[in-house]
Design a protein around this ligand. Structure first.
Ligand code: FRU
Length: 449
């Protein structure tokens, strides 16, 4: 396996070193999976954004490619923010938010001063998915928004593009407010194009009270329903949870006109662990709808130079009116070698499969999963060096017996509950000591063969 260094997760992509955040431009293109990602290549902190790039045959083994996008134009001189990809007549079209800071602090020119910048939308065309001419093949497609009633000059971003009936569509996230005293309202903007190069604004939707600025919107149909994923800022303001969280829900959507309708109560967090943010979806080789999110970190592990990772790929389905996100079969099928609980090395990737009943407990080198009063709790209090994060998360009340699959991969635990009814992912310090389990009716541990 490539990306196999022992001091990194094996199945969760990180940057080679330094900062990464959102997955961008996910696509299966010319027989390869391409994952681009927000990347500050020079330090383990957020700054002038580039698009890192990795490719894979199977979403298991990733190979790093050179940085794909970097600032070259006046409109993107301070960064290439998140965006997406489509294939058009054999070419790869990448769309992103181009960022121009109006000013910077004197001592750090990699960030904007007072969070003020100009955000426009741009694209670049590549013939093969490997060569990106940042000097000659970029173009500005949607200029910064000046009309306050339409959207925000700074906070309009993250173009997700798709094709429908010979037309192309873009969904963007923004925020608006009617008067200065009011809180911001999250808003979606839709654009349409015949050739995927010239775009016109066609529609919008806004809803007060679901966080405010809606980052990284993604809308798609699966099993006859439309699912909308948003990453709202200020979703939680309770002082305990991180403020920004990815949510999703089933919405009424008319694809040709982009007429959208939903209520706040139709939405729930995508991942109960609250480390998962800015997910993006795409169609895999076999036609499944797959979602990958950024698993946020705010501090590198001790003696490490990389910060932030991607989640395992998850298959999104709708069953009985509920959104289900289960681990991708390319990942689950790797874990075929059963191992004895007393002979487990937590430095290797492992998968635990268990059925929980009341008072079941699993202790994975200090990360504790319990099932009490029909509620699953994941508790990382003893194994977490991250700052200002929730240490515990719980499900709602569940059925009597719960089947879980737990993927442990050097510094991250993903718990899939009832085949994807819920997922809870937590960043933990790299786990080392032993595995203990009590009061389980069924418990097996697997490693990669
Ligand atoms: C989400 C986000 C996006 C933006 C990018 C910048 O994490 O804030 O909205 O495009 O990250 O790195």
């Amino acid at each position: 396996m490539k990306n196999k260094a022992i001091n990194k997760p094996k199945l969760h992509l990180t940057g080679k070193r330094n900062w990464i955040n959102d997955p961008n431009g996910l696509i299966y293109y010319k027989e390869k999976y391409h994952m681009f990602y927000q990347h500050f290549p020079y330090a383990p902190q957020w700054g002038t954004m580039h698009w890192g790039h990795a490719i894979s045959d199977d979403m298991v083994n990733w190979t790093y490619e050179p940085i794909a996008l970097f600032p070259t134009k006046l409109y993107d001189r301070n960064g290439c923010f998140s965006g997406s990809a489509i294939e058009v007549n054999g070419d790869l079209y990448l769309y992103y938010t181009s960022v121009k800071y109006l000013d910077t602090p004197e001592d750090n020119i990699t960030v904007p001063k007072d969070d003020v910048f100009e955000a426009s939308q741009a694209m670049i065309i590549s013939k093969d998915g490997f060569n990106f001419d940042n000097f000659n093949d970029k173009s500005l497609i949607i200029p910064a928004i000046e009309d306050k009633d339409l959207g925000h000059y700074t906070h309009t971003r993250d173009p997700k593009v798709w094709e429908y009936k010979d037309n192309y569509y873009i969904i963007l996230g923004t925020k608006v407010k009617k008067d200065d005293n009011e809180k911001y309202t999250g808003k979606l903007l839709y654009y349409k194009s015949k050739d995927a190069k010239k775009w016109e604004y066609i529609n919008s939707f806004e809803l007060h009270g679901l966080g405010d600025m809606w980052e990284c919107p993604d809308i798609f149909s699966v099993d006859g329903k439309y699912v909308l994923t948003l990453s709202p800022e200020n979703y939680y303001t309770d002082g305990i949870n991180p403020t920004n969280n990815a949510v999703f829900g089933i919405v009424d959507f008319e694809e040709e006109t982009c007429n959208t309708k939903f209520k706040k109560d139709d939405f729930r967090v995508v991942d109960l662990g609250l480390d998962y943010y800015a997910p993006q979806s795409f169609i895999d080789k076999e036609g499944r709808r797959v979602q990958i999110g950024w698993i946020r970190m705010n501090k590198p592990f001790e003696n490490h130079t990389w910060l932030g990772m991607m989640s395992l790929p998850r298959v999104v389905e709708v069953k009985n009116g509920q959104i289900i996100t289960n681990v991708h079969p390319n990942i689950s099928s790797l874990f075929t070698k059963e191992v004895d609980i007393d002979h487990i090395d937590l430095k290797n990737s492992i998968c635990i499969k268990a059925t929980l009943k009341n008072n079941s407990k699993i202790n994975i080198g200090g990360y504790e999963i319990s099932f009490e009063n029909n509620t699953i709790t994941g508790d990382r209090a003893k194994v977490c060096n991250q700052e200002n994060v929730a240490l515990k998360s719980s499900t709602k009340v569940l059925e009597d017996n719960c089947y879980i699959e737990v993927y442990i991969d050097y510094g991250v635990v993903e718990v899939y509950i009832n085949n994807g009814q819920y997922v809870m992912s937590h960043i933990v310090n790299p786990l080392e000591s032993k595995l203990e389990a009590s009061n389980l009716s069924d418990f097996k541990v697997y490693t990669i063969n």
